[in-house]
Design a protein around this ligand. Structure first.
Ligand code: MLT
Length: 261
């Protein structure tokens, strides 16, 4: 279905507690497909494509993190989700953290996967800007072919070549205005670290053991700043842990929600 120009998917019993999934960049909701397949047996699962990516509208590409949060809250309110659990990976985690900072009372639990609370430092800002220059000069495919390989661990790339290439091709077909808009929104996001000790919800922090972008040591520290949090390292996985070790991530989320949500 479409809500406010966004491609939204809903699977599972409507009367059950809800989980809303937010994907990473430059992917689409399908990166959570395996977890949704499992969790939709007992939870109302909602996932959507973030504006500019997947099958959501591109618009003018002038995105901000605040705008992404408002998109999320529109879906929560249009579907009448009562204190859903929020589950975000990387860019989806940036949106989740800012949404919690602004509207924690609207949520019942959080899963933060391969993400970070700090904003971009100058080097990261410059990398994003150079990414935009690259897209303008060479096209989105050239940017994706440089960016996406870092999001998977080497083991997965070696052992699951076909699946890895399928994701690479899917991301390569992204819309360049959408991808550039997301880069600018991430570059301009605020730092949510000072909010971590104020979170009162149960939180699960997950991180691929080979994640090179948001490393386990960083995420373990992040988790330690949150009172009610649990940390788990996802074995044999890089930054795209829900794809790379889907069973482990599904088990961890299911166990956490069954116990604490
Ligand atoms: C993601 O997976 O969403 C990206 O790695 C986030 C980022 O580039 O900061």
């Amino acid at each position: 279905m479409k809500i406010n120009g966004l491609n939204v998917l809903e699977i599972g019993p409507k009367e059950k507690k809800a989980i809303i999934f937010l994907h990473g960049f430059p992917y689409n909701w399908r990166m959570w497909e395996k977890q949704i397949e499992r969790l939709s047996k007992k939870y109302r699962c909602v996932a959507y494509d973030i504006r500019g990516l997947g099958e959501s509208e591109i618009g003018d590409g002038q995105y901000t993190m605040e705008g992404f949060v408002e998109d999320l809250m529109t879906i929560v309110s249009e579907l009448g989700l009562e204190k859903p659990a929020i589950c975000g990976l990387s860019m989806g985690g940036y949106i989740s953290l800012r949404a919690l900072e602004k509207y924690e009372e609207k949520f019942g639990a959080a899963i933060l996967c391969d993400t970070r609370s700090n904003a971009d430092d100058d080097n990261a800002k410059l990398r994003r800007q150079n990414g935009i220059i690259k897209i303008n000069k060479e096209g989105v495919e050239s940017f994706v072919k440089e960016f996406v390989p870092n999001t998977f661990g080497d083991l997965f790339k070696q052992e699951n070549k076909e699946e890895y290439e399928r994701w690479l091709n899917l991301c390569s077909s992204s819309n360049s205005i959408g991808v550039k808009g997301c880069l600018l929104a991430m570059l301009g996001r605020t730092d949510t670290t000072s909010y971590l000790p104020k979170i009162n919800l149960p939180v699960l922090v997950l991180c691929g053991s080979y994640d090179a972008l948001t490393p386990p040591e960083y995420m373990r520290d992040m988790s330690a700043k949150i009172k009610n949090s649990e940390f788990a390292s996802v074995p044999r996985a890089g930054h795209m842990s829900p794809i790379e070790n889907s069973d482990f991530v599904s088990d961890a989320i299911e166990g956490f929600l069954d116990r604490r949500f």
